[in-house]
Design a binder for this molecule. Sequence first.
Ligand code: NCD
Length: 361
Amino acid sequence: MRSLIDVLDFSVEELQELIDTANDIIARPEAYSQICRGKKLATLFFEPSTRTRLSFEAAMYELGGQVIGFSEANSSSSAKGESVADTAKVISCYADIIAMRHPKEGAPLVAAMNASIPVINAGDGGHNHPTQTLADLLTIYREKGGFENLTLGLCGDLKYGRTVHSLINAMSRYAGTRVVLISPEELKLPSYVKKDVLEAKGIPYEQTTNLEEAIPGLDILYMTRVQRERFFSPEEYLRLKDSYILTPEKLRGAREDLCIMHPLPRVNEISVAVDEDPRACYFKQVLYGKYMRMALILKLLKEAKAAGKLGVDMSQTLTDVLFCRNPRCICSVEQELKHVFKLSDRENKVYRCLYCEAKAN
Ligand code: NCD
């Protein structure tokens, strides 16, 4: 059973296959309009979302399929105390594929390990958001003509911004990628992404707090919102929320073919005056997201025919020996869940939680 939990679940070739399908859907939408007739997508959104949920729903309708689901945790049985594992087993009896968003990190993985249908991670806490990355990749492909030799600037909340973590994972597999990390000190990229992805793969990167100085060297500028819902302290959020605001003045030194992206929703990070600039790609990015979700649903449904549960590689894991202390991990709320740690760095004997990737301590 194939699911999409982390963007690295797909090879570079498979991502290209999705891009090719999405481009074909854009060119010939009528050829796909009935292809999922009789199939149901369940959208299980335990955390608010408009664009991702509606994008999934529009994707399924445009493929001729149907949609069931809920858009907030209060209207699901989790409010009665049902575990993610049980929800996944139940929904497997009603639908053909699940898209799940959950505030706890690793929840979609737990669902995939228990469902008998494919599960798509539509965002888990501050951890990953692989389908946003699919939208980002199609945008980059169409705007830049490919993925090699690009300098990617990521600006804003690099700590809690899950779209940033997934995009770095994806871009780290293409030759010549360079990364510029632009954030306040307090919102720097977590070390598991910096060490395990950028450093492990030898991706050149620099860190700065100065957006204006970084802009002229960039091919892509990926702006992000400060993630208010992940802060434990409202004062800290208020202090950091307007750290960066992109304006036409700041773009004066930018390349003519710069591609400005944002996963949206925008709060204040890009002034509306920038929307007129031909380099602003964030609304196209939304549209591309729908096409990539269509391509993804098609691929997973096709592969689901070879049934079976998600095969998680349990080699080099420890079960109920180490305990995850991350308050954002799904382990922190589901008492029955086994704590599984995986060896992520043999040399330094580093174990990380299978669900949220927090380091054992
Ligand atoms: C992003 C998310 O949910 O992480 N939004 C989205 O899915 N397009 C970005 C965000 O909320 O800031």
